[in-house]
Design a protein around this ligand. Structure first.
Ligand SMILES: [Zn+2]
Ligand SMILES: [Zn+2]
Ligand SMILES: [Zn+2]
Length: 754
């Protein structure tokens, strides 16, 4: 039969003939006239349809071009390699069976002292699930089921029940374990160990190394053990605070023991031509810096380059609870961009239990991880590469951390509020205090303009003065280290023990960050990343809050106007006090009720592709003209695209333009492919945009988030595309961790056990 007709243009006569002959063939060989497997691209021989429907599908979607031998429709099965999707499924299974055997091999090291156990494991990995079963071995079935359990958070009880029923369902003599307990026994030998490390409830110390056997904290004297209800007796064995540590070294080793992953891990070293576009951190100057400075590290492409992220999560879904536990998550940038932010490759390495945030004392908890990282840099560990089938010494470098702004402060040890809030400007931060608003504001973006720019000479529109200042280069890591070397750290929440040792030695730093223990840390360009996700969200929130004048969100108001008067700026906007009410004159960004309505209506009637953002109609309230319950991703969509659209017919032109410029900036900043040549223009444009905003909006509008925008381009230039360096993937991972919480009293335990 001539199959080539099926590869012709779908509008051609040949294709029509081909479809007809296929249907005739399928009908002849099928037992039922109304259910034939549809070979179209959508159905891929997985779904049954009538012949008429199949005809439609074949014209609509086209046939799966790899389906040459119609063995799903009665033709003799092919003997060549598998061709279409349905059979690829089987193939995948076999690959996975291989990988379970690999997994057992990988567990070999851990089982050295129990050869018998290893033997049974290996048997399980090869034994079919039931006599005659082709697709599943005993171990593979168990691992697959257990993965499902973990992914969807089934309870142990439901899993036991399922195993029991499946056992009845499968043919006699099947090998499925009968209960969760039995399954766990097998799986535990494959699993990765985690360590529980006790900690002082005031975050002073960890009970490890020389303090391993101590029973109370040497710094604050608090007992290691939990007190019982009466608060008098100590319950020995029940620690007051615990941290889980998931040692990264065996996990890194395990990665290389899988052939496929080991191959992916050297993706970054593949020959590729640099065409002036950055697509991955490996194209970035930060990456190249490591290559140049430490050529022996760079010569081994299997050496890993990591980033870590830490953030607090509230394991209880209710907002009322203030419990906060801190996972520390690691990602590997050796992987290709489509894998490196996948959940499978994100590694939870620390879990600091609550209820309080560790805050600046997070260094205490990072110590075990940093010890391992230091070892992995200095000496490395011997690992086996399954792809090239050889032993090699694996070394690891930490490139940067990714955090929201408060956590940025905790990890980098920078001050993130007050007069020196900008960690990049440091002591040059341009900040003044609002007398009435009782907050600091951060303007002065004219300093970033070229020195002959006309804005620099304008007085009235800005802060009443000309501006001829310039900005200094951000401090390098070495300079910072020189400044903070004098600080002697003291940990703990207990204020009495916290001496007044740190008497104003520095303005911008609170401690000497533990990351400087890593020998290479001070040489890196960008040690901590500003998180574009949070900046974008906060900026968008302020803009919308101010435009719609939402109480609590707006940055405009009586105090802000009083401050304008105080500073002698735009006096026509000052509040007028009439007999028994205060009147705030409208400004250029004030929306009338009609305009607000237009804005909200445009938003709520927008039709967007599915999955683009939440349904805006549910977020916009037409009665009180507000937006409710926006998630950070909705702000992202607003800022990237929707804001310019919905502002189209409201606001004076110049204000609208300024906001649209900001929106275009974020859009360009977040592109997945960074055009290096265009970055200078992007930076110049955003400085002008910020100056324009300064002209129209009051000083109270400019919180630190607006200022940080000015530094974002620098980090893109040095570290590569934003989408591999922001918090979205981490937040998703943390949401996924939260799904594990079963016992509300011990939320961290539930996460660690899974
Ligand atoms: Zn179909
Ligand atoms: Zn203590
Ligand atoms: Zn700054």
């Amino acid at each position: 039969m001539d199959r080539s007709r099926m590869s012709k243009d779908r509008r051609s006569k040949d294709y029509t003939d081909g479809v007809e002959s296929f249907i005739v063939f399928a009908l002849q060989h099928s037992s039922s006239k109304n259910s034939i497997k549809c070979p179209c691209f959508q159905c891929g021989n997985m779904i049954f349809h009538t012949s008429q429907k199949i005809r439609e599908h074949l014209f609509f979607y086209g046939i799966d071009q790899s389906y040459h031998t119609w063995y799903w429709h009665g033709e003799a099965a092919p003997s060549g390699p598998p061709t279409n999707r349905a059979e690829r499924h089987d193939k995948v299974h076999f690959n996975d069976v291989d990988s379970t055997i690999e997994m057992v091999q990988a567990a070999h090291d851990d089982c050295k002292n129990d050869p018998e156990l290893f033997q049974t494991l290996l048997e399980d990995a090869q034994k079919p699930l039931y006599p005659g079963c082709r697709n599943f071995t005993k171990l593979f079935a168990l691992v697959t089921l257990y993965n499902l359990k973990a992914r969807y958070g089934w309870s142990d009880k439901s899993f036991s029940e399922l195993l029991r029923i499946l056992g009845d369902m499968f043919p006699l003599n099947n090998e499925l374990p009968l209960s969760m307990y039995e399954a766990k026994k097998t799986l535990n030998t494959l699993g990765m160990e985690s360590e529980k490390i006790h900690a002082c409830p005031n975050d002073c110390i960890l009970y490890r190394n020389e303090l391993n056997d101590a029973s109370s904290c040497p710094t604050c004297g608090t007992s290691r053990w939990k007190l019982d209800r009466t608060r008098t007796k100590k319950r020995k064995g029940v620690p007051a605070k615990v941290m889980w540590y998931f040692p990264p070294i065996p996990r890194f080793k395990r990665l290389f023991q899988s052939r496929k992953i080991a191959k992916d891990l050297i993706w970054h070293a593949q020959e590729k031509e640099f065409d002036g576009k950055m697509r991955h951190p490996s194209d970035s100057p930060s990456w190249k810096l490591v290559d140049h400075r430490w050529p022996d590290f760079a010569s081994e492409p299997r050496n890993l380059r990591l980033a870590i992220s830490a953030d607090g999560i509230n394991p209880h879904s209710s907002m009322s609870s203030r419990h906060s536990c801190w996972p520390v998550i690691m990602v590997i940038y050796n992987l290709p961009p489509w894998l490196c932010m996948k959940r499978k490759f994100m590694m939870l390495s620390l879990l600091i239990s609550g209820p309080r945030q560790p805050g600046n004392d997070i260094d205490v908890y990072l110590a075990p991880l940093l010890d391992d990282l230091k070892m992995l840099w200095d000496e490395g560990v011997e690992s086996y590469d399954a792809h090239r089938q050889e032993l090699f010494t694996l070394r690891v470098v930490l490139l940067w951390t990714i955090n929201d702004f408060p956590a940025y402060g905790n990890l980098s040890s920078c001050v993130v509020k007050g007069y020196f809030a900008c960690p990049i400007c440091g002591e040059d931060t341009y900040s003044h205090r609002l007398k009435h608003g009782k907050k600091n504001f951060y303007t002065g973006h004219r300093r970033f303009l070229p020195c002959n720019h006309p804005f620099r000479k304008q007085k009235k529109a800005f802060n009443g003065e000309q501006e001829f200042g310039s900005t200094s280069q951000p401090l390098s890591g070495e300079e910072i280290l020189r400044k903070i070397d004098v600080i002697c750290n003291s940990w703990g929440k207990n204020k009495i023990t916290r001496g007044k040792l740190n008497v104003k030695t520095t303005n911008c730093w609170k401690k000497k960050s533990i990351f400087f223990d890593l020998e290479y840390w001070k040489y890196l360009h960008v040690r901590h990343n500003l998180d574009v996700m949070h900046i974008e969200k906060n900026v968008c929130e302020s803009i919308i809050g101010t435009l719609l004048n939402i109480p609590g969100k707006t940055k405009d108001g009586l105090n802000s106007r009083l401050d304008l008067v105080e500073m002698g700026l735009r006096c026509e906007l000052g509040p007028r006090f009439e007999s028994n009410r205060t009147y705030l004159p409208p400004t250029c960004y004030t929306l009338s009720k009609v305009e607000k309505k237009v804005f909200c209506q445009t938003l709520s009637q927008l039709k967007v592709p599915e999955g683009y953002c939440s349904n805006m109609r549910n977020l916009v309230s037409m009665e009180d003209l507000k937006l409710y319950g926006l998630k950070s991703h909705d702000y992202h969509a607003l800022m990237q695209q929707l804001l310019p659209v919905s502002l189209q017919s409201v606001l004076p032109k110049h204000v609208r333009h300024a906001i649209c410029r900001l929106s275009f900036f974020f859009n360009a900043l977040c592109s997945k492919v960074v055009d290096v040549a265009a970055l200078d223009k992007l930076q110049n444009d955003v400085v002008v945009t910020l100056c324009l905003l300064e002209k129209y909006f009051p000083p109270s509008f400019f919180d630190i988030m607006f200022h940080l925008i000015v530094h974002l381009v620098r980090e893109v230039r040095l570290c590569g595309p934003v989408y591999l360096r922001w918090m979205y993937p981490f937040e998703r991972f943390m949401k996924f961790l939260k799904g594990y919480v079963r016992n509300r009293n011990r939320p961290e335990g539930c996460i660690a056990e899974c």
